[in-house]
Design a binder for this molecule. Structure first.
Ligand SMILES: [Zn+2]
Length: 442
C-alpha cells in the first residue's frame, strides 16, 4: 500500500526540546509500511512528484488540510483483556482489589473471553491514536491473535506468578517457537514475571534462561506500592530494584512498570542496566499507589514512557489523559510548573516510548526509513482553538476523540474517526456476552 499525506501540519518528534521549530506544513510519502520521505511542502516537492509518478494507479492520497500529523502513541503497559473488568471493582486498595475481586474474576476467564476482551480494548486504543501497546497477560497467544487481526503493533508478554510457572513456560515456548511470528513485523514478544513479590527467584531464573535462549527481554511490575517495598525488604532485606539486580534480571532488556518508589541508588541501578520505565499516572492515582518520580528518572537519562495499565485500574485506555495527568502530576509533586513540559510529555508518548522497547529510530518519529505508524488529529475542535502552539494544544487540550486517522505499518486502520473493516458493535456485544457468562460462573 502506498499513501501520500499532503498539506498536514507535521509534528515529526525528531526535534530536541531546545529546538524552536518542531512542526511545519508538509508532505509525507509511505510505501510498504515505511516512511519514504517527509518534509515541508516546497522542500519535498520533487520527492512528491517522483512518488506520484512511481505509483500512478495504487496511491492513496490523504488531504491533510485542518489535520495534524504525528507519530502514533506507544502505550507501554497494559493488560488489555481486562476491558472485561472495567468498572467491576473500584475504590479499593491494591491487595484486597487483587485478591478479593480481580484474581477470582480472572480465574474464571477462558481463552476465548481473553480474546474478545483484547479485541475491544485494541479497538479503543486504535480509535484514540495508540499504534503500539505492550501487554502483560496469560493466554497471551489470544492477545497476539487479537492484535494480528486488528492490525495494531504489539509487544505481547506472557506472564506468570510463582504458582503457575510451568503452565506459563509451556505457553511461552509455544509462542517463542511459532514460526509465523518470526515474519510478523508488528508482533514482538517479551516474558513477564508479574512482580518481585509474586515470583520467587527460582522462577525468575527459569524465565531468564528462556530470555537467553530466545533473545527476548523482560516486562514486569516493580516498586508499585509501599506495601511491596515492605514485603521485599522483609523477605530479601533489599529494595525491589536491588533484589531484581541481584537475581540477574536486569542483564536482559527490561521494561519496568510503575516504579513509584525508587531511591537515588535504585535510579542509579536502573541507569547502569538501562532499565526502561512505563509510567502509569492514572492507575497509580486510582489505586492511591503514589506519584512516580518521573522528572528524576528523566534526569538520570532513563527511557520513560506512558502506559495506561489495565482498564480495571484506570478505567480507560486513553493515552491523551495519561499525558496531561502525567505532566500535571510532576508539576504539582515537584512544586515546579516547568516540570515535564508539553513537548517532553509528547516525547514520552512517542519517541521515548520507542526507546523503552528497543525500537528507537523505528517508531515514535516521522522520518525516512521509520515504520509508518502515524495518526492525524482533526484540528477543527472548539477545545483546540485558537492555536498559539500545537505542542501545548496536543499535550494539554487534545482528546482521544480528536483522532481522525490512524495508520500502522503503512495500513489505514482508522479513518474519519471510525475503525476500518472492524465492526465495533459486534466487539461490544461479544465483550458483554463474555462478562455475563463469567459472572454466571463466579
Ligand atoms: Zn499492570
Amino acid at each position: 500500500m502506498h499513501i501520500l499525506i499532503v498539506g498536514a501540519t507535521v509534528l515529526p518528534m525528531t526535534a530536541s526540546s531546545a529546538d524552536s521549530t518542531k512542526y511545519y506544513t508538509g508532505t509525507v510519502g509511505i510505501s510498504d509500511g515505511r516512511i519514504v520521505f517527509v518534509g515541508p511542502t516546497e522542500a519535498v516537492r520533487e520527492d512528491e512528484s517522483h512518488f506520484r509518478q512511481t505509483h500512478p494507479d495504487d496511491l492513496i492520497i490523504l488531504d491533510g488540510k485542518d489535520q495534524l500529523l504525528m507519530p502514533g502513541l506507544i502505550n507501554l503497559h497494559n493488560h488489555v483483556s481486562m476491558t472485561l473488568l472495567r468498572g467491576y471493582a473500584d475504590d479499593m486498595a491494591l491487595m484486597p482489589w487483587l485478591t478479593e475481586k480481580i484474581w477470582p474474576f480472572e480465574a474464571k476467564m477462558t481463552a476465548e473471553e481473553i480474546y474478545w476482551g483484547a479485541r475491544l480494548g485494541i479497538a479503543e486504543m486504535l480509535l484514540g491514536g495508540t499504534t503500539t501497546f505492550v501487554d502483560m497477560y496469560w493466554h497471551a497467544d489470544e492477545v497476539i491473535r487479537a492484535a494480528r487481526e486488528s492490525g495494531i503493533r504489539g509487544v505481547i508478554c506472557p506472564t506468570f506468578v510463582g504458582s503457575n510457572y510451568d503452565t506459563f513456560e509451556q505457553e511461552a515456548l509455544r509462542i517463542l517457537q511459532d514460526p509465523t511470528l518470526k515474519n510478523d513485523p508488528r508482533i514482538r514478544v517479551r516474558l513477564a514475571p508479574h512482580a518481585p513479590y509474586t515470583c520467587p527467584p527460582d522462577t525468575l531464573r527459569k524465565a531468564m534462561s528462556l530470555c537467553e535462549r530466545f533473545g527476548v527481554g523482560i516486562h514486569t511490575h516493580v516498586s508499585e506500592t509501599q506495601d511491596e517495598q515492605r514485603m521485599i525488604r522483609e523477605t530479601y532485606g533489599k529494595t525491589p530494584a536491588e533484589h531484581l539486580r541481584d537475581v540477574g534480571l536486569f542483564e536482559y532488556p527490561t521494561l519496568a512498570a510503575h516504579c513509584v518508589y525508587l531511591s537515588e541508588s535504585d535510579l542509579e541501578i536502573f541507569s547502569r542496566y538501562n532499565v526502561a520505565i512505563a509510567h502509569n499516572p492514572h492507575s497509580n492515582m486510582k489505586l492511591a499507589s503514589g506519584i512516580a518520580p518521573v522528572t528524576r528518572m528523566r534526569a538520570h537519562g532513563l527511557a520513560v514512557g506512558f502506559g495506561t495499565d489495565g482498564p480495571s485500574s484506570n478505567n480507560d485506555l486513553d493515552m491523551w489523559e495519561e499525558m496531561r495527568t502525567g505532566s500535571l502530576l510532576q508539576k504539582v509533586s515537584t512544586g515546579d510548573p516547568c516540570a515535564l513540559s508539553a513537548y517532553e510529555t509528547l516525547q514520552m508518548a512517542t519517541v521515548d516510548g520507542a526507546r523503552a522497547i528497543g525500537m528507537e529510530g523505528e517508531l515514535g518519529i516521522i522520518a525516512p526509513g521509520a515504520r509508518a505508524d502515524l495518526l492525524l488529529i482533526d484540528t477543527r475542535r472548539a477545545h483546540l482553538t485558537p492555536c498559539h502552539d500545537w505542542i501545548a494544544n496536543l499535550a494539554y487540550s487534545a482528546k482521544a476523540s480528536d483522532v481522525d486517522t490512524v495508520i500502522v505499518e503503512g495500513r489505514i486502520l482508522v479513518q474519519d474517526g471510525s475503525l476500518c473493516g472492524t465492526d465495533l458493535t459486534k466487539l461490544r456485544e461479544e465483550a458483554s456476552r463474555c462478562v455475563t457468562s463469567i459472572e454466571s460462573r463466579l
